[in-house]
Design a protein around this ligand. Structure first.
Ligand SMILES: Nc1ncnc2c1ncn2[C@@H]1O[C@H](COP(=O)(O)OP(=O)(O)OP(=O)(O)O)[C@@H](O)[C@H]1O
Ligand SMILES: [Mg+2]
Length: 418
């Protein structure tokens, strides 16, 4: 089975391979789909075009079939819905059945077809653009594949022959309507029930927005890498304005703590929320030791939510805060960053047995995204707790700020732009 989005090269690859195999030995090849009102609906034309393109003069193209005059191979074309249990018997001698557009195959058609392709060494080739999670053929073949099944996802980006025009269409769709992009171009099924927690439109709107200045205090979110390929990310947010992200790879606890120390001393955040689920605990201890206990707060993503009746855990609660924040008008501002976009719009929500909002498993997100949503998690951390503006950064107590400095900070007073 090959599945995926548009222009992945599925139909061409199947057509070319079958034409090649049919030149090597005698095969009966059935090209099948759910409904075939006329031969025009079938892959007859594609095969004929490829024969012409390669100049395969051993093939003879008839109205309703294609024969190879040397090997005796024959291609036939049928709609499965028109087959009753009598007619389907004509398919029993088939060596290869190509089921094209298999997302449209009904459960009934599949149940008739599968036992019919029974000849020794026979194969069913399936090409499909998944429609729903539970397309009958997908459920039967790919949901729990056995050893005899070969299943590959192919998309336009994997197709070396993908026409430039298609690529441009795909990229346009990716920018303008990411949900559709996932389905049409990346082969993801339309989800029924599950949906993204954050809407792509809201994120795009925040990318467009320009906030001239803000008097809100700086809050930093720090997501610390848990695995080798994850990134340690700082997110900087002042109220409705996210001023930026900084990402680091391959840093140990002391190095991360040093970077955090610089940030605290130079940019004077009122709070730095950090994930202390994994490595973070070590960094937290170092920073606390250095006297930043007033500023830093540790957060476990998995811990009980502040509003435990509404959220499954802290992470769901923080992500929902991002969602609400993005939905407010006038919109907040995010740096236009495509990685951030992908991460924010990759996460599905669900509800637990008690009706509490929950995020889908991180493994699922990782599969979809190819990495952890580190930037989005860093942004989520800036929403860990409400932060009140006391007008000055709390740096005292760590010995790094002089008394004079403290007083001069205090004089600048409330809403002084920190
Ligand atoms: N072997 C090839 N040689 C030349 N061009 C190719 C080849 N394979 C694919 N293409 C080009 O890529 C395009 C997409 O391929 P194809 O139609 O096979 O994709 P698909 O996965 O079946 O997509 P869809 O879901 O839209 O049916 C074709 O229209 C053709 O332009
Ligand atoms: Mg196709």
């Amino acid at each position: 089975m090959c599945y995926g989005g548009r222009a992945g090269g599925k139909s061409y690859a199947f057509a070319d391979s079958l034409l090649l195999l049919g030149r090597q030995k005698k095969l009966l090849i059935a090209c099948l789909r759910e409904i075939q009102d006329s031969i025009k609906d079938s892959v007859h034309k594609l095969l004929a075009d490829r024969i012409a393109f390669y100049g395969l003069s051993d093939y003879k193209v008839y109205e309703d079939r294609i024969d190879n005059r040397v090997t005796g191979t024959r291609f036939i074309f049928k709609g499965l819905r028109e087959q009753d249990s009598q007619k389907i018997k004509s398919l029993e001698g088939v060596d290869i059945a190509w089921v094209e557009e298999a997302q449209s195959i009904s459960k009934r058609s599949w149940e008739i077809l599968e036992p019919t392709i029974r000849k020794d060494g026979s194969e069913i080739w399936i090409s499909m653009n998944r429609l729903y999670e539970n397309d009958p053929v997908w459920t039967a073949v790919a949901a729990n594949p056995d050893k005899r099944s070969w299943i590959r996802r192919v998309n336009y980006c994997d197709n070396p022959f993908c026409p430039e025009e298609m690529r441009l269409l795909a990229e346009k769709c990716r920018r303008e309507n990411p949900e559709n992009y996932q389905h049409i171009w990346m082969g993801a099924p339309l989800s029924q029930g599950a949906e993204r927690i954050i809407s792509a439109t809201d994120v795009r709107r925040a990318f467009e927005r320009k906030i001239a200045s803000t008097t809100s205090p700086l809050v930093v979110g720090l997501d610390i890498a848990r695995f080798g390929d994850d990134k340690t990310v700082f997110c900087f947010r002042k109220g409705r304005l996210v001023t930026g992200f900084e990402s680091y790879g391959g840093k140990n606890n002391v190095e991360v703590a040093n970077i955090a120390t610089n940030i605290i001393e130079e940019r004077r955040p009122v709070r730095l929320f950090m994930d202390i689920g994994g490595q973070g605990a070590g960094v937290y201890d170092i920073l606390k030791d250095r006297g930043f206990g007033e500023i830093i707060r540790g957060v476990y993503f998995g811990e009980k939510a502040l509003k435990a009746d509404r959220y499954f855990n802290r992470r769901a609660e923080m992500w929902d805060k991002i969602n609400r924040w993005l939905g407010e008008l006038p919109p907040p501002e995010l740096p236009a960053d495509e990685d951030l976009f992908d991460e924010l719009t990759a996460v599905n929500k669900k509800f637990d047995g008690r009706g509490r909002l929950q995020l889908e498993d991180k493994d699922e997100v990782k599969k979809r995204l190819g990495r952890s949503p580190d930037k989005a998690d860093a942004l989520a951390l800036t929403f860990a707790e409400p932060v009140y503006d006391y007008g000055m950064p709390k740096l005292y107590g760590n010995g790094k700020v002089s008394v004079e400095e403290m007083f001069s900070l205090a004089e600048r007073g409330k809403n002084s732009g920190w």
